[in-house]
Ligand binder design. Sequence first.
Ligand code: HEM
Length: 506
Amino acid sequence: MASPLLPSLLAGLAATALWTASIVIYRIYFHPLSSIPGPPLAAATRLYAFYYNIIKGGTFYLEIERLHKIYGPVVRIAPNEVHLSDPSNYDKIYSIGGKFYKDSVFYSGTGDEYSAFATISNEDHRRRRAPLESFFSRRAVLDLEGVVRDKVAKLCALVQDGINKQQGRAVVDLHAALRAVSMDVITEYAFDSCWDQLDQKDLGEWFSEMGRNVGVSFWVFQQFPFLLGAMKALPVWVARRLGPAMSDMLDCQDRGRRLVEEISRNVEKGLKPRRRTIFHNLLDPEVKVSAAHPRPSVEHMVGEAFAILTAASDTTGNAMTVAAYHVITDPKVYGKLKAELAEVDDGEMSFTRLERLPYLTGVVKEGLRLAYGVIGRLPRVVPQGGATFNGFHLPEGTVVGMSSYLMHRNPDAFPNPALFEPERWINTDPEASRAMKACLVPFSRGSRGCIGQNLAMCEMYLALGTLFRRIPNLAAQDVGELTYVDYFTAHHGEERQKLKVFRQPS
Ligand code: HEM
């Protein structure tokens, strides 16, 4: 005999199917974005993006490139989201004091409510970013350049020592070592408490692994926000058992929390610090305590600290690695760089001196270009009144984004875009130079652009300049073609893509 529940079950299923079908039909044919070109499946569901981000492992940025080839410069990539490829649109969206704000659905995947990076409204963001600005200004970076130089000296010793120990055999994982430089710089620079990853056996690889795993969950939480809520509700001891990445992340946050609490206590007692940290800036009573600018909570500062660490480490480490990889694997590039660096006295290796070297500058810019920074889209919400791009009007509330991956591979600005060519930046005619400048956006632009770019540039010039000045005959094990996956920051796809270096017989 049939169950008495069967008719109700069937009715429920039919209602759900009807409801889903009507949503899909609405999105494809009647939605305000229905006239925007793009695949119907992407118009129907965000699962299209999820499929490439999770099932196809961080490759939605490649799918977006494919869609632009088919549909043109304006493509609907999700029910309420459009992606643009024409570089002339970039400054309309990512501008100083601009009205486009961050997309809450996309950035909710970070699970972070406190940092300037994850803040949605531009007004709140201005308030949260203000106390950090002076800390990362060019002046501040020049004042603390010694921190970067110390870590770079350590890197050179490590590479030299590793090579010597093995009589010239490949032992040093330069990718991990360069990421460790970024971590050691940012922890000492911002917290006055260096994590000394250059001294650790695995060169702090765990942090990058954690970043990659956090990147995977970034896509999952965007799609299934209730999972984030459930995870946050878990007792810490249970969360720790979810896996090493979660446990590493919690350890990281605990370490940040201890630093914040210690500094807060010292500020309360009026103790003068040996050197100001970002927490001193955040707690600075003169600037912040008012109704409009309340003193940040411990959780806020831990969130800010964690965001700064993750924003500073892989991005800078990857850009240096990509540059180093191309120098080491291309004898012509290596030869030109060595010749230029040989003209600089070892005692003169300062950021401002190295910045004036045209070939090294080309190497740094090509490293930034082909490492992409944040490789995928940076989605923003169209403000009141809507916006028009390439003749398509997007109503207020539409999510719109662009990606460094497409900007940096724009063939009009960068002929043969896949090639690492420092020369393209030297003695270029003004028009070509303008086009390249307009398309080079590793740090994004405008009020929501990278706060750490002066520091990143200082690291890149000093690390690459000093390494290749001091060790002029490095070679690399075959790492194959460098490929990327998008877990918000770019990660290399395969385990074998470690940049292991050894010395060539001279
Ligand atoms: C080559 C190295 C770097 C690259 C390519 C890079 C790239 C970027 C990009 C593209 C953004 C915008 C993200 C978005 O719109 O959601 C950003 C934001 C940010 N970056 Fe960087 N970054 C680098 C190094 C650093 C360093 C060294 C720091 C250290 C402080 C840092 C801290 C931040 C912070 C705090 C934000 C959020 C800024 C805000 O929303 O106000 N980054 N970065």
